[in-house]
Design a protein around this ligand. Structure first.
Ligand code: SF4
Length: 462
C-alpha cells in the first residue's frame, strides 16, 4: 500500500508546511519540489512511519518536518511549529497585500498625474475659445499684458464684481495711463475717482504702490512673485496673479472663483477657511508650466461663468469628466462655507449743514473706515460702537423721519440725518470745506453719504 506524500504544497500534514516554510522541499532521494506529486512520492506506509530513522541511514536528504514530528526528543516543538506556520501564513498574506496596495497606489498616482495634466489642457483649450474679453486682458496666447493694467485691475477687482470695475478701470486708465502718471496723482483727486468702488484702503495703497514702483523700481513692476509681494497693497494672491498674467511666471493663483473650482474638481469637503491650504496644494498640482497666465485666467473665467456658486453648468464644463465633485453629485455644496456670525448693527447720525446752496463736507481721517474720503460730519459711529448723537456744532437741528440703511463688510448701519440751515460757521470747529449742493456728484462721496445726500434732497432741506 502506497501513501501519497506531497500532493499539495500546503496540506494537513504539518511537515509539508515546514517544507514550504523552508521554501524548498527535499525528498528522501534528494529530489526537490513544491507541492507536485511525483512517482517517488509514493512510498511504503511502513517506511513512512520510520522515515525519521531510516533517512539518515540511507543518506537521503533530511526531512526536517518529519524529524520534528516524530522525534521523541522534541515533543515540545509542535506548538512552536504550529505558531511558526501561522506566522508564516500571516506574513505571506501581509506581503501580498502590501504589494497589492503599493501597485494600486502607484496606479492612482499615475492616473492623478495624468488627470491633473488633462485638467490644464482641457481648460486651456476651452479658454482659447471662450475667454472673456476684458479691457485689462490680452487675448489668449498673445503677447503679455501690460503689468500696470493687470495690477490696476486686480486691485480694483478685490471684493468687487467685474461689471462694477470696468467703468472705473476705463476712467482710471484714461486719466492715468501708466504707473508714472498715477504716482504723481493728487490724493484727493484719486480718492474722488475711486469713490463708489468701496474698500477705500485699496485706493490709498494704490497710490503708495504706484509711488514705490516709480521711485524704487524706475517705473517698472518687479517681474517676480516675491518682488511684487514686497510692494504696498500687494498680497499673496495679487502678486501671483500679476506674476502669472503679466510675466508668465508659474505662480499658483487662487482667488474665490479658483477656490470654488478646485474644491469641486477634487471634492474637498473640509470647511473653509481650514481647506485653504489643501485647495492651494491641489491648485499647485494642476498649474502648468506653459501658459500659466492663461491657465489662471481660464480658472477665473470658469469660476465666473460655468462653475458658478449656485447651479454650476457641469454639462458645459471642459473638465466635467475629471471632476470628482460632479461625479459624486456634491459639486454645488462645495466649498463648504464656515457658519457666519451675524453682523452687528450700529446706529449713528450724519449732519447736513447747508448755507447759500453749499453743504459742509469734512475729510475723514486717513486711517480707519472710509479713510481720507470726503463725507458729512457725523457723531462718531464705527464698527464697534454707535454714534453718541452729539452734533458737531450747536444749531437748530431737524432730524429726518427716514434713515439710510447701509451694510458694510463687518456690520450694518442705520444712519439718521440731522439737517440745519441755521447760520452756523463750522470753519473754526472742524476741518472741511463748503461744497456746492448741485455738484455733489463730483465730490467723490462714498456710497453711504451719496445715499444720505439723496435722502436729504428727497425730503427737502427747508
Ligand atoms: Fe465645476 Fe461642474 Fe466643472 Fe466640476 S464639472 S468644475 S462642478 S462646472
Amino acid at each position: 500500500m502506497l501513501h501519497h506524500r506531497g500532493v499539495r504544497a500546503i496540506d494537513n500534514q504539518f511537515e509539508r508546511a515546514i517544507g514550504l516554510f523552508a521554501c524548498w522541499k527535499s525528498d528522501r532521494f534528494g529530489g526537490r519540489y513544491i507541492g507536485i506529486a511525483r512517482s517517488d512520492n509514493f512510498v511504503p506506509t511502513a517506511n513512512n512511519r520510520t522515515l525519521h530513522k531510516t533517512e539518515p541511514a540511507e543518506c537521503g536528504a533530511t526531512d526536517f518536518g518529519h524529524q520534528i514530528r516524530y522525534s521523541p526528543r522534541l515533543p515540545a516543538a509542535r506548538p512552536f511549529v504550529r505558531a511558526l506556520r501561522g506566522c508564516c501564513f500571516a506574513w505571506l498574506w501581509l506581503a501580498f497585500l502590501h504589494a497589492a496596495i503599493i501597485a494600486r497606489s502607484m496606479a492612482a498616482v499615475e492616473s492623478a498625474v495624468q488627470k491633473t495634466g488633462d485638467i490644464a489642457a482641457s481648460l486651456l483649450k476651452w479658454y482659447d475659445q471662450y475667454a472673456r474679453a476684458l479691457p485689462w486682458r490680452a487675448p489668449p496666447g498673445s503677447a503679455r499684458t501690460d503689468p500696470y493694467r493687470v495690477w490696476l485691475s486686480e486691485i480694483m477687482l478685490q471684493q468687487t464684481t467685474v461689471s462694477a470695475v470696468i467703468p472705473y478701470f476705463e476712467r482710471f486708465t484714461a486719466r492715468w495711463p501708466n504707473v508714472e502718471t498715477l504716482a504723481v496723482a493728487d490724493d484727493a483727486e484719486l480718492m474722488a475717482a475711486w469713490a463708489g468702488l468701496g474698500y477705500y484702503a485699496r485706493a490709498r495703497n494704490l497710490l503708495a504702490c504706484a509711488r514705490a514702483v516709480a521711485q524704487q523700481h524706475g517705473g517698472q513692476f518687479p517681474a517676480t512673485e516675491s518682488g511684487l509681494r514686497a510692494l504696498p497693497g500687494i498680497g499673496a494672491y495679487t502678486a501671483a496673479a500679476i506674476a502669472a498674467i503679466a510675466f508668465d511666471e508659474r505662480a499658483v493663483v487662487v482667488d474665490a472663483n479658483v477656490e470654488r473650482v478646485v474644491a469641486r474638481l477634487f471634492a474637498i469637503s473640509t470647511p473653509l477657511p481650514a481647506a485653504k491650504s489643501e485647495i492651494h496644494r491641489f491648485a499647485d498640482r494642476i498649474t502648468p508650466t506653459k501658459r500659466p497666465g492663461d491657465f489662471a485666467q481660464a480658472m477665473m473665467d470658469l469660476g465666473a461663468t460655468v462653475c458658478t456658486v449656485r447651479k454650476p453648468a457641469c454639462l458645459a464644463c471642459p473638465s466635467s469628466e475629471l471632476c470628482r465633485g460632479h461625479r459624486l453629485g456634491i459639486a454645488e455644496s462645495l466649498p463648504v462655507k464656515p457658519v457666519k456670525a451675524p453682523k452687528p448693527h450700529r446706529t449713528g447720525t450724519a449732519y447736513w449743514i447747508e448755507s447759500n446752496d453749499h453743504v459742509w463736507l469734512v475729510k475723514r481721517p486717513a486711517k480707519g473706515m472710509l479713510g481720507g474720503m470726503r463725507a458729512l460730519p457725523d457723531d462718531g459711529w464705527n464698527a464697534r460702537q454707535d454714534g453718541d448723537s452729539v452734533p458737531p456744532v450747536a444749531a437748530e437741528w431737524r432730524t429726518l423721519n427716514s434713515s439710510v440703511e447701509h451694510v458694510f463688510t463687518h456690520f450694518s448701519l442705520s444712519l439718521k440725518l440731522a439737517v440745519t440751515s441755521s447760520p452756523v460757521q463750522p470753519e473754526g470747529m472742524m476741518a472741511g470745506q463748503w461744497w456746492p449742493v448741485n455738484s455733489l456728484d463730483s465730490a467723490g462721496l462714498p456710497t453711504l453719504f451719496k445715499k444720505a445726500a439723496r435722502l436729504v434732497s428727497g425730503q427737502g432741506r427747508e
